[in-house]
Unconditional design. Structure first.
Lengths: 267, 213
């Protein structure tokens, strides 16, 4: 089964991954959206780190170690920049909050504590959301995801666009690698030379031209089969009693999360 | 006998290309099983695309199913009645799953979802492909893709089949399977192929575009 390009396949026949796979994908999708919204509203570092830790543990229970680690590293690679630059661009709230001051090419720079905490919060939030996304949707196949999007009433046109992208990404990739191999076989070497860069330009240009031609042919073949503007998805889902239970527990969890974070009093 | 397709004095060239069809005349009758041959670049694919209204001739007229067809909307009916199998099955299988792809045509013909799904399953069963119904289209083998794209065409119940090199790239077994399936189909058939055994098994007459085009 085709897995989302965003993650590796889950551990085989393993309790937790089987259990998550059994959840109605519409529910998983909604849960991710709600969870992301709730997390964005949180600012307490202790709760955020707790959530990251929880999702991390669950993810490692569900997916094989190495691919998951690679994925997390890829994600956090971007966040390093946030961590490094945000403290520089946020002015300190009070004078004592400045951790470091200096000059960089004549520019006065200050590394503020406010900015540092802000960056840490962003990194934690991003990780909590993405880990939860990986956990819930990492093993949902592309076509199931499309169906789920239709199921939660996303515009069909957008979903169709997504489905077509995912469908033809691999075709275009294959085409690119075929042409690249053909070039390599004829002695092409990638180097920083005009000739070599020109060839690379041709390669990329050809991929674009061919993709354009292919999109034309696909449109023609759609027309031949009576396409006007209606799109065809045949989703079938089975909402099981256990899904209702999961949904209920999940909502309770999110509400209590909000309650604790915003110091609401329930009792 | 009823004339299904007729080309009357067609002139056609691609933009900036040489004249490919010059005062071209051709007819296809109900019940014909015609092999369309001619060397590479003779214009075989182009002819099928002209018949389906995907390309527009510079002059001359195309008569299909008893009516002259000129404007793009004239071809809507033609496309319901004639099924074109593209040279590359990747161009035809654009839906996520096989069953959705096969149901794409029937849905466009106005069937509701349940009907379309049941109908598509029936077509897949007729071609012995029912086990592929829930597979993801781009994970199929070349032969499977070809058969599924045939199912996608057949699910629209066309009166005429236009097949563009359907057996290129198939291994001996997949090719034989495909030929056996097509041989039993009752439709009027236009088949492009460079393989003489395929032409021989499936068609009664041949038309050479290199000579007549
Ligand atoms: N999109 C296009 N733009 C310009 N010229 C084209 C285009 N498609 C085809 N041609 C040219 O038109 C001529 C006929 O092409 P066509 O694809 O109809 O040939 P064919 O008989 O199907 O050949 P083959 O057996 O190789 O598939 C060729 O010379 C080709 O170069
Ligand atoms: Mg051709």
């Amino acid at each position: 089964m085709q897995n989302l390009p965003l993650d590796a396949s889950p551990k085989e026949n393993q309790g937790l991954s089987l259990w998550i796979d059994g959840i109605d994908p519409r529910l998983s999708l909604l849960a991710v959206v709600i969870h992301a919204a709730v997390i964005s509203s949180l600012n307490a570092l202790d709760i955020l780190s707790g959530l990251v830790f929880l999702s991390l543990v669950l993810c490692f229970l569900t997916y094989p170690f190495i691919p998951l680690l690679k994925r997390i590293m890829a994600m956090d690679g971007f966040l390093i920049f946030v961590l490094a630059t945000l403290p520089l661009s946020v002015p300190p709230e009070k004078a004592s909050a400045t951790l470091w001051e200096g000059h960089f090419f004549g520019q006065a720079l200050a590394f503020s504590e406010t900015g540092l905490w802000m960056a840490v919060t962003i990194v934690l939030k991003a990780n909590a959301i993405l880990l939860f996304l990986t956990l819930m949707l990492g093993q949902v196949s592309v076509h199931k995801l499309c169906h789920a999007l239709i199921g939660i009433k996303c515009p069909e046109k957008l979903v169709f666009l997504l489905a077509l992208c995912l469908r033809y990404l691999s075709v275009i990739k294959q085409q690119f690698y075929r042409m690249k191999t053909a070039m390599m076989l004829r002695g092409f070497q990638l180097a920083f030379r005009i000739q070599s860069l020109k060839m690379l330009g041709f390669l990329i240009g050809m991929v674009l031209v061919r993709s354009l031609n292919r999109s034309e042919r696909i449109y023609q073949s759609m027309q031949c089969r009576g396409f006007v503007d209606r799109l065809a998805f045949l989703p079938d889902f089975y909402w099981r009693p256990s899904d209702s239970l999961i949904a209920f527990l999940f909502i309770m969890f999110e509400v209590s999360l909000l309650g604790v974070a915003h110091h609401a009093v329930f009792i | 006998m009823q004339c299904l397709f007729e080309c009357q004095n067609i002139d056609f060239h691609y933009p900036q290309g040489p004249l490919l069809f010059n005062r071209f005349n051709w007819q296809l009758f109900d019940g014909d099983r015609l092999g369309l041959i001619g060397g590479n670049g003779a214009g075989k694919t182009t002819l099928l695309h002209l018949l389906m209204g995907l390309l527009v001739p510079q002059s001359g007229s195309i008569v299909a199913f008893g009516k002259p067809r000129a404007a793009p909307q004239d071809f809507t009916e033609v496309r319901q009645k004639a099924g074109l199998l593209f040279q590359d099955p990747d161009d035809m299988l654009f839906c996520p799953t096989v069953i959705e792809d096969v149901a794409f045509g029937p849905l466009n013909q106005g069937m509701d979802r349940r009907e379309a799904k049941a109908h598509s399953l029936k077509v897949l069963e007729q071609l012995n492909l029912a086990h592929l119904a829930d597979r993801v289209t781009h994970k199929l083998s070349g032969g499977e893709k070809r058969l599924v794209s045939l199912a996608a065409v057949l699910s629209m119940n066309p009166e005429v089949l236009l097949l563009d090199e359907p057996t290129t790239g198939l291994d001996v077994k997949a090719k034989q399977r495909f030929l056996d399936v097509v041989e039993t189909l009752p439709q009027t058939l236009v088949l492009i192929s460079h393989e003489s055994d395929v032409i021989e098994q499936l068609t009664d007459v041949t038309f050479d575009l290199a000579i007549n085009g």
